[in-house]
Design a protein around this ligand. Structure first.
Ligand code: AMP
Ligand code: GLY
Length: 419
């Protein structure tokens, strides 16, 4: 049997491990104690990744990709799904990514890149249109480096804070300011083998901490798939106008991109626009997309990693909804160390799969160890069924201060767009 090593510690990696374990033996490095508690057949190891013997490595998070882990593993002759440090710049630097998109002719928000306050503020004042002001850290900030606001004063303050290095360190000492776009959002992930790419099922995630898309940006508070109104035609358009031109532009720069390229899209009145690219599976999008992925996921990821995609992935007609349970204080200052109750009962509910993220274990049982603690995901015949199941299971799990959004997939299930 093939052995796959999934690199990472969160719910996305747990979801990858569950999907891969259908046809492969899986080890997660380092994983977390919640993964083995919920999925006893999956092993977690604290061994250094470079010392692990596996037929395929799937790297979950962006930080090790930007740090060149895929290059180091390939240097040892390993088969890896995930770009090298060169391709990972797509996510590691928003300024680099925007320049790549412009060179590839990919539709995206107009922008400017700044490392000094005065020209940044002047650019903000010149922005026109109905959209909000958007200020992003150039570097990685775990999904929290983006401010979208209607207030120019708040945007100017944010530029100052970011450039000072006090909020995001060096990741923020260069900022990207963008034209504010308006519309529904869509996540389209594509499996890439260096030259070709195959789309995965489209998903939608919920980035704001609060219901009704209020509050600060987070890593993602929930997701669902399929997305009503985002059928094959729309996904093909995103592939043709965004993903494939970007892959070709990378190739022209000598970059052999093998991994998942994730396009965060805004569906504007003028057509789809790329908000961002990520160089990995989305979290929590992976939790819903992988549960609908049919067939041998391990073989398909290995084929892409090996440079020849093979048949396009196919997805079940069932719907999936994922609700993230987060700790009190997330995203600013999550409270940790609380005992998680009810997860055993929730895990046995029909169609439900619980994925563990910021979970630790002590003598009392599983405990919270960070912001996004668990992903409660469910399959159902319709989005409505899947949603009911996910919320029923989420309702059984508790710890002091546990927070969740109650509106994940709510509008989609009644056929109303989110904009
Ligand atoms: P990003 O990490 O760049 O995708 O940004 C996080 C979130 O901020 C996105 O999912 C959008 O909700 C919002 N956002 C980013 N860029 C823009 C933009 N140019 N206009 C409006 N909203 C944006
Ligand atoms: N859910 C958004 C991300 O993974 O960046």
């Amino acid at each position: 049997m093939t052995t796959v090593c999934v690199v990472g510690a969160g719910a996305r990696e747990h979801a990858l491990a569950v999907a891969l374990a259908r046809t492969a033996s899986v080890v997660v490095a380092p994983g977390n104690p919640g993964i083995t508690a919920l999925s006893p057949s999956i092993r977690c190891t604290s061994q250094p990744v470079e010392d692990i013997d596996a037929d395929l490595f799937v790297i979950g998070p962006e930080v090790p990709l930007v740090g060149g882990l895929a290059d180091r593993l390939r240097g040892r002759g390993k088969l890896v799904l995930g770009p090298g440090a060169d391709g990972a710049q797509v996510e590691g630097s928003k300024a680099w990514m925007k320049e790549l998109l412009v060179s590839a002719g990919v539709p995206t928000a107009a922008h400017g890149t700044f490392d000094a306050e005065a020209p940044a503020v002047a650019f903000l004042r010149r922005l026109t249109g109905d959209g909000p002001y958007v200020v992003k850290t150039d570097g990685l900030a775990a999904g929290k480096g983006v401010l979208v606001t209607a207030s120019i004063d708040e945007a100017i303050d944010d530029v100052r804070t970011k450039l000072s290095g006090s909020a995001f360190g060096v990741a923020g000492t260069r900022v990207v300011i963008e034209e504010g776009l308006v519309g529904d959002e869509l996540s389209v992930m594509a499996l890439c083998d260096g030259t070709g790419a195959a789309p995965l099922a489209a998903a939608q995630d919920f980035k704001r901490a609060g219901e009704g898309d209020t509050g600060p940006n987070t890593g993602g508070m929930g997701a669902f798939s399929p997305v009503p109104g985002a059928g094959d035609d729309l996904v093909d358009t995103v592939m043709d106008t965004a993903v494939l031109p970007t892959l070709a532009a990378l190739r022209r720069r000598g970059i052999d991109y093998r991994g998942v390229l994730y396009a965060g899209i805004m569906l504007t009145a003028d057509g789809p626009r790329v908000l961002e690219f990520n160089v990995r599976f989305g979290d929590p999008e992976a939790q819903v997309v992988l549960s609908r992925w049919q067939g041998d996921v391990a073989a398909q990821l290995a084929a892409a990693a090996g440079g020849s995609l093979g048949p396009a992935p196919s997805f079940s007609d069932q719907a999936a909804v994922c609700v993230v349970l987060a700790a009190e204080g997330y995203p600013a200052q999550p409270r940790t160390g609380d005992v998680i109750t009810g997860w055993e009962a929730a895990a046995t509910m029909e169609g439900v799969q619980i994925y563990a993220a910021a979970v630790d274990q002590d003598s009392w049982g599983l405990t919270t160890s960070g912001g996004r603690v668990l992903s409660v995901s469910a399959l159902g015949d319709t989005l409505s069924d899947a949603r009911d199941r996910a919320y029923a299971a989420a309702g059984v799990i508790d710890w002091p201060g546990r927070q969740l959004r109650r509106d994940i997939a709510a509008r989609a299930t009644v056929g109303v767009n989110r904009s």
